[in-house]
Design a protein around this ligand. Structure first.
Ligand code: AMP
Length: 420
């Protein structure tokens, strides 16, 4: 909304397909619809497709899946759908839109195909890469983006937050698993809290342990602490980073995970990266069924005794005739449990303090509805991240109303006492 954006000088490396009116429109449907329309009209000029986070880009693809017929109609007739009521958008699209039967038929042909593999490259053939963050919690979207983009490179350029911009990826073509962000020392005063495995009260969080930017050590993990120009003082961002190297004296970091523990039933503590690894391990069983997990979240269900982890999965089953059986999904529950840390497995095997892990498969679009709900409550569409753990009643209701099948671990995971 700032004048810097509205009155930006022309930059040949940063030309958008959409007019400002569409980008700045506060109604997310009207904004997305018009931006998609402009992207289709200018399809040959598109060199880069992106969103801040991977989840936003997938939402745009889903939008195309749901609305391509309306968009094709507009292109064919040269008229704008009446759902777009914003007068400033109508005014500028009026000048851009002319009937184009050839383009309309082309898009209808591509979008009506059953198989959307590589759809981005087919509609926007000159695209060189996806400009999107797929590190951290976004890593789980890599296979889905690979599928829709036909394997276009995914470039994670920035590491930033609402509070401050932190770092840049100086090797933008590096593989997502190898991305490091070099801190920009002029953006804020950066300090680092060494992140030991020990938990409070043994974990010393006092300011005297803070390390300055140039003094962090290679290979070590730290929690990021910032003091910003607008006035945050020693604010803990909540991200855990690992030092991967230095550019001059500025350290580069790999994003490891958000700090907070996600799930806990008893003495177990499962964090975001452990949950992510468990999902990845279980997903391997789905491969031979041409199926992948497109989104997930979790819930520590203590309504049962003992409580158990419930994990909501939305699946992409490419060939519904040959999708995974119940037995396979049961085994996925066990595979997830096998991947959990030893305190979890001890709780399952020796202490009986945790019940069998449950997978609740939700119907397609459930996570999209979750996002709609968050946006309706004021979350910015660009900053939305799927919560990896949920407990808020309205969100649980949305998910539970969309469960199509539920599966439990058929056995206990491996665990042997490490004490001698
Ligand atoms: P927000 O303030 O809502 O925009 O979110 C900022 C948070 O998003 C950061 O503290 C990180 O946890 C996450 N984030 C931002 N950029 C990246 C990135 N490049 N890789 C991984 N996580 C990121």
């Amino acid at each position: 909304m700032s004048d810097q954006f509205k009155a930006r000088p022309h930059d040949p490396y940063n030309v958008y397909t959409s007019p400002n009116e569409a980008i700045l429109c506060l109604d997310s449907f009207q904004s997305m619809y018009t931006q998609m329309l402009c992207g289709l009209l200018n399809r040959d000029q598109v060199l880069r497709i992106g969103a801040i986070f991977a989840s936003g880009l997938l939402r745009a693809i889903r939008f195309l899946q749901l609305n391509w017929k309306l968009l094709v109609h507009d292109i064919e007739t040269g008229t704008l759908n009446p759902k777009i009521t914003d007068p400033s958008i109508r005014e500028c699209i009026f000048h851009l839109l002319q009937p184009n039967t050839e383009l309309a038929h082309f898009i209808a042909k591509k979008c009506s195909a059953e198989n959307w593999e590589g759809i981005l490259k087919r509609i926007w053939p000159n695209t060189k890469y996806l400009d999107v963050i797929v590190t951290g919690a976004m890593a789980q979207y890599i296979p889905t983006l690979d599928y829709y983009s036909g394997g276009l490179p995914q470039c994670c350029i920035v590491y930033a937050s609402s509070e401050c911009s932190f770092g840049l990826n100086l090797n933008p073509m590096s593989k997502p698993s190898e991305v490091s962000y070099t801190i920009m020392p002029n953006m804020a005063y950066f300090e680092f809290l060494p992140h030991d495995q020990a938990e409070p009260p043994f974990y010393d969080e006092s300011p005297s342990r803070l390390v300055d930017l140039a003094d962090v050590e290679l290979g070590k993990e730290y929690e990021l602490v910032i003091t910003t120009f607008p006035g945050l003082c020693r604010y803990r961002v909540g991200d855990i980073l690992q030092v991967t190297g230095f550019h001059n004296s500025a350290p580069g970091f790999k994003f490891v995970r958000r700090k907070n523990v996600l799930l806990s039933i008893d003495t177990d503590k499962t964090d975001e990266s452990e949950l992510q690894s468990a999902i990845e391990r279980a997903s391997l069983l789905l491969r031979e069924f041409n199926t992948s997990v497109v989104d997930y979240t979790s819930y520590a269900d203590t309504n049962t005794i003992p409580g158990h982890y419930a994990v909501y999965w939305e699946l992409m089953i490419k060939d519904p005739e040959k999708g995974p059986t119940r037995e396979v999904l049961d085994r996925c529950c066990l595979a997830m449990e096998e991947s959990m840390n030893s305190v979890y497995r001890q709780g399952r095997v020796a202490d009986n303090s945790i019940g069998p892990l449950e997978i609740r498969v939700v119907k397609n679009g459930a996570f999209e509805e979750l996002m709609d709900y968050a946006i309706s409550r004021g979350v910015s569409i660009n900053q939305y991240k799927v919560p990896r753990c949920v407990s808020f009643t309205p969100i649980m209701e949305i998910l539970d109303a969309r469960v199509i099948s539920s599966h439990f671990s058929p056995a206990t995971p491996n665990w042997t006492s490490e004490r001698r």
